[in-house]
Design a protein around this ligand. Structure first.
Ligand SMILES: Cc1cc2nc3c(=O)[nH]c(=O)nc-3n(C[C@H](O)[C@H](O)[C@H](O)COP(=O)(O)OP(=O)(O)OC[C@H]3O[C@@H](n4cnc5c(N)ncnc54)[C@H](O)[C@@H]3O)c2cc1C
Ligand code: FES
Length: 286
């Protein structure tokens, strides 16, 4: 870890660093993509994070909120976020334009256990905004392709217009080194050529699964977990190889305020990435 990282991560973990919005565009009606770069170029190039971690983004006068980092650590220099407009902070972020500045502090929380995942087949299951954190780990695996086995992606959305990164995933379908399956609950366009049905209807399409050699990576709305986990258990994937990233209300992001605590677990530092085994012992996590 270099000096600058120590300053933002350890000496004053509350201090946001200014970052310029390099690109911003709509992914859906209420979700916007932001690509940002720290104003301090040394920091931009040396900033280290793990796929699955999050950052606190702030706008002066509005406050701050946690957001998953959607870019991959294998491509340093720029950070990407995928943000849904839901309230005070996100409204303020949506009013910003390219070249405006936001504050970024982090990275926080746990990342996906990449070393455990290496050498295994990886099955991604994502729904809605769950694509935001999982895109980071998917791009990471694709950038380091030789270290992973078969990669399968199941991505679901309510309607075609609500599929986050739809064009990017349609493009991934053309690659021969992964199997990417897309589904919408309902096609209201008449032009959708992929699967229709909830994301679990994609499971029969997945090619051979060797459970003990598979890591499943899951993120989506709370209702999705129950059904997806049932499928993964039916496939005999070991509970400690079912990995999920979970959101709780957070304020400080660094284990100080107690906002995210469930018993002795602080989801901002013990999570947001958990195994199904963790969740079995603490059902309030979902
Ligand atoms: C680790 C983590 C990663 C996240 N990653 C992303 C991301 O990549 N993209 C993204 O758009 N959002 C993400 N979120 C959620 C985001 O932080 C909240 O939506 C944020 O608080 C919105 O701030 P606001 O001031 O705009 O909304 P507020 O004014 O605080 O709230 C608006 C509405 O959203 C509800 N709400 C706020 N926070 C949450 C929450 N955590 N869960 C459920 N409902 C909530 C409130 O009850 C209210 O109804 C993440 C949250 C966590 C904890
Ligand atoms: S958000 Fe403050 S302790 Fe976790």
């Amino acid at each position: 870890m270099n000096g600058t990282e120590k300053i933002i991560n350890q000496v004053n973990p509350y201090k946001p660093e200014p970052a310029r919005i390099v690109r911003a565009y709509d992914l859906t009606d209420d979700v916007r993509f932001f690509q940002v770069r720290f104003a301090d170029m040394d920091l931009a190039l040396s900033f280290k994070y793990e796929a699955g971690q999050f950052a606190m983004i702030s706008v002066l006068g509005a406050g701050e909120a946690p957001f998953s980092i959607s870019s991959t650590p294998s491509r340093p220099g720029l950070l990407e976020f995928c943000i849904r407009k839901t309230g005070v902070v996100t409204d303020a972020i949506f009013r910003l334009k390219e070249n405006d500045f936001i504050g970024v502090r982090g990275p926080y929380g746990t990342g996906f256990p990449i070393e455990m995942m290496k050498g295994r087949d990886i099955l991604f299951v994502m729904g809605g905004l769950g694509a935001a954190p999982l895109r980071s780990v998917l791009l990471y695996c694709l950038d380091d392709r030789d270290h992973f086995g078969r990669i399968s992606v199941l991505h679901g959305a309510k309607r075609p217009a609500e599929m986050i990164f739809r064009d990017e995933f349609l493009h991934l379908k053309k690659r021969s080194d992964l199997d990417c399956y897309l589904s919408v609950d309902k096609d209201d366009t008449g032009e959708w050529t992929e699967n229709t049905g909830v994301v679990t209807t994609l499971f029969p399409k997945v090619k051979t699964i060797v459970p003990e050699n598979t890591a499943a990576v899951v993120c989506g709305p709370p209702i999705m977990y129950k059904f997806v986990i049932n499928e993964l258990i039916k496939l005999n994937i070991p509970k400690d190889q079912i990995l999920m990233t979970l959101e709780r209300r957070m304020k400080c992001g660094v284990g100080k305020c107690g906002h995210c605590a469930i018993d002795y677990i602080y989801t901002c530092i013990d999570g947001p990435v958990f195994t199904y085994w963790d969740v079995l012992h603490m059902r309030e996590l979902i």
